[in-house]
Design a protein around this ligand. Sequence first.
Ligand SMILES: Nc1ncnc2c1ncn2[C@@H]1O[C@H](COP(=O)(O)OP(=O)(O)OP(=O)(O)O)[C@@H](O)[C@H]1O
Length: 234
Amino acid sequence: MEPFITFKNVTKTYRMGEVDIHALSGVNFCVEKGEFAIVVGPSGAGKSTILNVLGGMDSCDGGTITVDGNLISDYNRKQLTAYRRSDIGFVFQFYNLVQNLTALENVELASEICKNPLDAAKTLDMVGLSERKGNFPAQLSGGEQQRVAIARALAKNPKLLLCDEPTGALDYQTGKTILKLLQDTCKETGMTVIVITHNQAITGMADRVIEVKNGLVSSMHINEHPVPVQTLEW
Ligand SMILES: Nc1ncnc2c1ncn2[C@@H]1O[C@H](COP(=O)(O)OP(=O)(O)OP(=O)(O)O)[C@@H](O)[C@H]1O
């Protein structure tokens, strides 16, 4: 059977005036359904570009990307919009919450636009924020705001949760609790979760580790025994 996600020889070049920047130079990897996968690599390696083309926020120039049996690299703009809206949950480094909406309203906003949403209040319960539903983002800590962002992504009931440096703006301990939440969510709901990071030290918690260097996957391995994030130090 085909893996849940497959990248085959994926290329992406950005043109900056006269200069071509080869962000992806033939990327190959796969991820199975329900896995917690980490894409790791140094700055400029191409991690965000991988996430952008996988999440339908950008298109690749060459190669093929399949997700759940669909050839998304062939999608037109309209298909990509529908795919982003209903199939993908995004979690970003800087939360991207709407400041004049409460935590609950932020989550509802996402669930209103997709086909089979989960109950907004329940997803806030899932991330441990049931007491803070009525608070505005400015009344919440960074870690709490990231929990709202995760609830917002989960409320869409997506096929795939994509997280770009989700702990990048958080302190060490709060970062760990957010990673634990993502790992637990993956295990409890069976959702496929992909986390992008430059932090090599957290790779031990992943089911699958995809290392990216200079626009290429330099290695991919499976952890037979992923460890709880609490046991990792960096
Ligand atoms: N929109 C763009 N226009 C031009 N060049 C871009 C664009 N987006 C990315 N690049 C370039 O493509 C390469 C890969 O960038 P990408 O953001 O994917 O790397 P990254 O591994 O996510 O890095 P970081 O960890 O610093 O975010 C870099 O050389 C970057 O400068």
